[in-house]
Design a protein. Structure first.
Length: 284
């Protein structure tokens, strides 16, 4: 499956870093030997005889996989699927040499503000997010078991906590710093955040605000992979709001705060749904 996903991603994640020599320039890094004879024959008038590194041939992406390590994942029997998805995505992207791959875990208790929809920051917010594999560190198959062993799906939180908002704030800060520190210019950098979770959370309004802010970042995609258990599917869930004191029921996913999301029930479907999701983003 990782090979299948890597081939699909190869068609979507185009090279972004110019490292291959090409072109006809008056100055450059290396002489184009094919142009030397015409240059001499033209009495030195056809002087575009130099090559420059102007052809994209390498991928320069920063990809963060954020895995929900909360008790909810175990209760909804999504933990095993989450680990399978993480390993599959990481292997495919490492095989494709997309650039840098990072992994974080989230879901622990940690206040996001003064209320469930309060966007004000809290010093403990980022403490609830764990960096398990930092961007820039090489990702190898040998390190996979140690990474998997760090997930317990036992992190607990309450309605007073905002684990998903904490995650987005953490990612926004970390990726902003990574963009500032990147060599070769941040204008060539594309950043992808893939959140792998069961999609069940209560802080939707605060998430919408945070997503609007992150959505304005150039070259940044935050996408949500909803892991779904058919026996207790999120497709069957409803959310309720009150208008004029009366309850209004809607399908849960109709008010989902992430513009880019996909639902996965079977690991074998992951390559196709991920490629479809990324293709939609790059086509905009």
């Amino acid at each position: 499956l990782s090979g299948e996903l890597a081939e699909q991603l190869r068609l979507i994640l185009e090279p972004t870093l110019a490292s291959r020599l090409q072109g006809d320039f008056r100055t450059g890094k290396r002489l184009n030997m094919r142009k030397i004879i015409p240059y001499i024959a033209s009495d030195f008038r056809k002087d575009k005889i130099w090559l420059r590194r102007s052809r994209p041939s390498q991928r320069k992406y920063q990809v963060v996989l954020a895995i929900d390590d909360s008790k909810s994942m175990a209760e909804n029997r999504c933990g095993h699927l989450a680990l399978e998805s993480m390993v599959l995505l990481a292997r495919a992207m490492a095989r494709l040499e997309v650039g840098e791959i990072g992994v974080v875990g989230f879901g622990a208790a940690g206040g996001g503000g003064n209320g469930k929809d309060d966007p004000s920051p809290n010093a403990n917010a980022t403490d609830a997010v764990r960096t398990l594999h930092p961007l820039g560190a090489p990702f190898t198959d040998q390190g996979g078991p140690a990474l998997v062993s760090q997930f317990t799906f036992a992190e607990d939180n309450t309605l007073a906590d905002t684990p998903m908002v904490n995650l987005l704030r953490y990612l926004d800060a970390q990726l902003g710093a990574a963009r500032e520190n990147i060599r070769g210019g941040s204008e060539q950098l594309q950043q992808l955040c893939l959140i792998i979770a069961d999609g069940r959370f209560h802080e939707k309004e605060a998430l919408r605000r945070q997503m609007r802010e992150m959505g304005s970042r150039r070259g940044l995609l935050v996408a949500f992979i909803v892991l779904d258990n058919p026996s207790s599917s999120v497709l069957d869930m409803q959310s309720v709001t009150f208008a004029s004191g009366k309850p209004v029921f809607q399908k849960y996913l109709d008010t989902f705060p992430f513009p880019y999301y996909t639902l996965v029930q079977d690991i074998n479907r992951l390559p196709s749904v991920i490629s479809d999701l990324l293709r939609q983003w790059f086509e905009i």
